[in-house]
Design a protein around this ligand. Structure first.
Ligand code: GLU
Length: 282
């Protein structure tokens, strides 16, 4: 009798576990993962609105960061259908890693000392620089020092927004959005004068058909943004991710992913790319 009850309980438990798995799979493109760390899969935070980098297109995910994420998942022992992509907007990335809502974040995520107090980073795997995107006909704005009296859009919780506040805020009005697609829409409708973030992100937008001939990048990059893969602070996955990033660079997949996703739209700075991953796990 006792054994039978125990077997029944075991069957019920495994049915529950199976149900848990399948609901996790179904969520794979819904944007609501539940932290793959405790399940059979891996949950990766990415951007959903950045063409060329992290873009949700129907049920598909595309971009350089998506290719990096897929490569890492494979190296960590996951099949592609075990990946749950969740949206990680700039301001939520540290929170998501701290709360276990994502196992990895691959989302144009700059390694900074401030962020390293809360999370660890594998990488860097890419080096970009802050830039400015303006309307094709804009004649006044040529760099961060010619923004006086202008309205500028950037994203809350991002390093470019912070840099404008810290170093260029006099005379410029900063409007903060949740994501860069919102900023670029505001720019193309004339509601703001410029958008600032990493040059690679701006180039990805400028290359979209709908903005052809309407937007341009101006000036030289005015920061170094070292992209890292965010993991929970002290996670032992960090060094494994560094190894996988190094392998991706060495076997040519990194270069192919840059070309496939950004093509003629953007050429990485050859002095800083590809970087050597490592040194940010602590
Ligand atoms: N790389 C910068 C950052 O991590 C800007 C891009 C972004 O907001 O994702 O804040």
């Amino acid at each position: 009798m006792r054994t039978k009850t125990r077997i029944a309980a075991l069957i019920a438990a495994s049915a529950l576990a199976l149900a848990g798995c399948s609901s996790n799979d179904e969520k794979s493109d819904s944007g609501e993962g539940d932290g793959g760390a405790n399940g059979d899969g891996i949950t990766i935070g990415v951007k959903f609105d950045q063409p060329g980098l992290g873009l949700k297109d129907g049920s598909e995910f595309k971009g350089f960061d998506i290719d990096v994420a897929k490569y890492l998942a494979k190296e960590l022992g996951y099949e592609e259908d075990q990946i749950t992509f969740v949206e990680s907007v700039s301001a939520q990335r540290e929170n998501m890693l701290e709360n276990g809502q994502a196992d990895l974040i691959v989302a144009t995520y700059s390694i900074t000392d401030e962020r390293k107090e809360r999370v660890s980073f594998a990488g860097p795997y890419f080096v970009a620089g802050q830039g400015l995107l303006v309307a094709e006909g804009e004649a006044d704005i040529s760099g961060p020092d010619s923004l006086d009296g202008k309205t500028l859009c950037s994203v809350s919780g991002s390093t470019p927004a912070q840099r404008i506040k810290d170093e260029h805020s006099e005379g410029v009005q900063l409007q903060e959005a949740q994501g860069y697609s919102e900023c670029v829409e505001l720019l193309s409708s004339g509601a703001v004068d410029a958008v600032t973030t990493d040059d690679i992100i701006l180039a990805g937008f400028a290359a979209q058909d709908k903005y052809a001939g309407k937007l341009k990048l101006v000036g030289k990059p005015f920061s170094e943004e070292l992209y890292g893969v965010g993991v929970a602070k002290g996670s032992d996955m960090c060094e494994q991710v560094n190894e996988a990033l190094t392998k991706m660079i060495d076997d040519g997949t990194w270069e192919k992913a840059v070309k496939d996703n950004l093509g003629d739209a953007y050429t990485p700075n050859p002095d800083t790319n590809p970087p050597a991953p490592g040194g940010n796990c602590g």
